[in-house]
Ligand binder design. Structure first.
Ligand code: HEC
Ligand code: HEC
Ligand code: HEC
Ligand code: HEC
Ligand code: HEC
Ligand code: HEC
Ligand code: HEC
Length: 389
């Protein structure tokens, strides 16, 4: 943490010209960020000793704590299933000769996933639930001490069971292998890094210390040095010892959320031909839009529309003011911009004056997810046009 503190300090002395031209900054891959110096979300540190847990943070930052704990991100994972995680979906899912079904069991070892083929069944207990449940949940199974990602997932839209996104139908003839795919190595570390807090050390899973969900230190980094410094009355030192994303440039700020939601470069590097599934990767989609490309402006940073410390606002009209901070006449701009410091210069809509995102960020089907996602590629949508990649 001392090193990170030092880096925060030197960052204050970036030449002013550089600070004022974020538009020259290129988006990064998350691998570049987590292998670089200092803190970045999903980074695996040498040990988990620096983490103190969000209960410690909210003793002083109580206002943030009360809303953050209600957010979807705080609920991105659960140990076991049932309880706050909700029950796995009812019903059968048939794939080839295999029939998948979740078997409820409210006493330990808890719910399990069962697969049946030609009259024979095997099952494994669910040890982790991934996903808050708004779109769906996928399970981590324990098969004889090894972790597996479940072949079947629960989907809230269809209130039923289906193939886990990204999985292929299981090979016939091996019932034991049909339950899921092994979750190990870097894939397992990344899965838990995005859905839990403090889950690895030295790039190895360390689930004994993992806290389910995305909490304070998943974004701000381990807080022990920060808390110690506050307690010692060294406020300046305390501020340097914790990562504050508020100081990031717009591009870096989007990359910050992209460490889990996938940055533009993460998508480009991994998928030679990005498809409609990228609608789930908001940083990539947003940076495709003309609004972003022509401005790279802080008014389009994720944090401008979403409070990372609170649940998602599910009311499309709430976002009108965000669009109008650029797309309105000078008179409205003064009225709309927070603090009055912004000037709106972008064109005005010839069609409507409200509910902008309902037309320009359309809800788009992601069939694999049995769900719809708001497309962050802000654009004019013409009837009959395919969803751009
Ligand atoms: C003992 C009280 C205390 C605890 C516990 C505490 N903080 Fe703070 N925190 C402060 C104070 C005081 C400041 C400085 C506020 C200021 O200067 O306006 C601060 C500032 C911050 C900042 C902004 C830093 C900056 O650049 O100005 C962040 C981010 C932060 N805290 C996160 C956390 C997290 C995460 C935790 C838990 C790991 C935590 N805090 C625990 C008291 C505390
Ligand atoms: C450490 C990983 C991580 C980081 C960093 C992160 N997120 Fe998330 N976020 C998630 C996960 C995982 C979920 C999924 C929760 C769920 O299961 O629905 C999520 C969900 C959300 C949701 C709610 C989606 C829904 O459908 O309910 C919003 C909004 C969101 N994130 C915004 C942000 C913003 C803005 C940032 C940057 C300030 C950010 N996230 C940074 C991991 C992260
Ligand atoms: C790079 C970070 C990252 C990794 C790795 C990752 N997830 Fe996620 N996951 C997310 C984010 C971000 C969301 C929220 C997507 C949204 O709502 O737009 C999410 C959402 C989900 C959801 C809810 C459905 C949805 O799409 O909203 C499930 C279920 C899920 N992830 C399971 C898993 C499992 C299981 C693994 C590992 C085997 C995994 N994820 C690996 C970041 C990640
Ligand atoms: C999903 C990532 C994420 C999580 C989880 C998260 N934060 Fe933050 N936090 C941010 C971002 C991004 C900012 C900068 C916000 C901005 O630019 O307006 C921030 C800013 C802050 C600040 C500084 C505010 C300022 O005005 O400079 C404090 C203090 C803070 N967070 C505390 C917490 C505490 C306490 C928790 C847990 C209860 C927490 N955060 C959880 C992403 C997160
Ligand atoms: C940072 C300022 C900014 C914000 C915020 C912003 N835009 Fe834009 N937008 C622009 C600029 C600049 C253009 C390029 C054309 C122009 O100059 O008007 C543009 C272009 C567009 C276009 C035309 C796209 C095309 O391909 O021809 C639409 C539609 C649009 N914006 C809608 C929106 C909506 C809806 C929102 C809110 C969700 C929004 N914008 C937020 C600056 C912004
Ligand atoms: C101009 C405003 C705006 C910006 C900027 C923005 N979003 Fe959104 N976002 C929205 C709207 C509107 C919704 C849908 C809200 C609703 O459910 O009514 C949404 C929904 C989401 C969801 C929920 C998934 C879904 O589609 O249901 C996630 C996750 C998310 N945003 C993440 C991000 C991230 C990460 C960034 C930065 C790359 C970002 N957003 C930037 C307006 C914005
Ligand atoms: C009912 C759907 C609808 C709503 C709501 C809507 N728009 Fe549009 N908007 C359109 C259509 C359609 C066009 C394309 C008009 C054309 O070129 O024929 C458009 C065009 C635009 C353009 C491009 C203008 C140009 O001259 O190139 C911008 C910018 C824009 N809208 C922003 C917004 C903003 C900001 C809001 C919210 C205040 C909004 N829109 C609300 C449908 C809508």
């Amino acid at each position: 943490m001392a090193v990170a503190g030092l880096l925060c300090f030197t960052a204050l002395f970036v030449p002013a010209a550089q600070q004022n031209s974020p538009s020259n900054e290129l988006p990064d891959t998350t691998v570049d960020r987590v292998t670089g110096p200092g803190w970045w979300p999903t980074k695996s540190l040498a040990s988990t000793k620096g983490y103190v847990g969000s209960d410690a943070c909210v003793k002083c930052h109580s206002d943030i704590g009360s809303t953050q704990s209600a957010s979807e991100m705080a609920k991105a994972a659960y140990q076991l299933s049932g309880g706050a995680a909700g029950e796995p979906a009812p019903g059968d899912f048939v794939s080839g000769s295999y029939t998948y079904r979740f078997i409820p069991n409210n006493t330990l070892p808890g719910h399990s996933l069962e697969v049946t083929s030609n009259g024979r069944s095997v099952s494994s207990p669910i040890v982790w639930t991934m996903g808050a449940g708004d779109h769906g949940q996928t399970y981590v199974l324990d098969e004889n001490g090894g972790l597996y990602e479940s072949q079947a997932s629960s989907f809230s839209f269809i209130h039923g069971v289906g193939l886990t996104p990204g999985h292929k139908a299981a090979q016939e003839g091996s019932l034991e292998n049909a339950l899921g795919t092994p979750l190990k190595g870097a894939d397992a570390v990344r899965c838990f890094a995005c859905h839990t807090t403090a889950s690895s050390a030295n790039s190895k899973l360390n689930l004994a210390d993992a806290v389910p969900g995305v909490h304070c230190e998943a974004c701000h980094g381990p807080g022990r040095d920060h808390v110690d410094a506050v307690m010692a009355g060294q406020v300046l030192q305390a501020r340097r010892a914790i990562f504050n994303p508020a100081s990031l440039t717009p591009t870096s700020s989007i990359d910050f959320c992209g460490s889990c939601h996938r940055t533009m470069m993460d998508v480009v590097m991994r998928e030679p031909e990005p498809g409609a599934l990228t609608v789930r990767f908001q940083p990539y989609r947003l940076e495709e839009s003309r609004c972003w490309k022509t401005t790279k402006d802080a008014r389009l940073a994720c944090t401008q529309c979403h409070d990372p410390h609170a649940p998602l606002v599910r009311d499309t009209k709430f976002y009108d003011q965000k669009c109008l901070s650029c797309h309105s006449s000078g008179k409205d701009a003064k009225h709309n911009a927070s603090g009055g410091a912004w000037t709106a210069t972008a064109k005005i809509c010839p069609k409507a004056t409200a509910d902008c995102v309902s037309c320009h960020m359309p809800k788009t089907d992601v069939p694999e997810m049995h769900s719809k996602f708001f497309d962050h590629f802000i654009r004019i949508v013409r009837p009959g046009q395919p969803v751009p990649n």
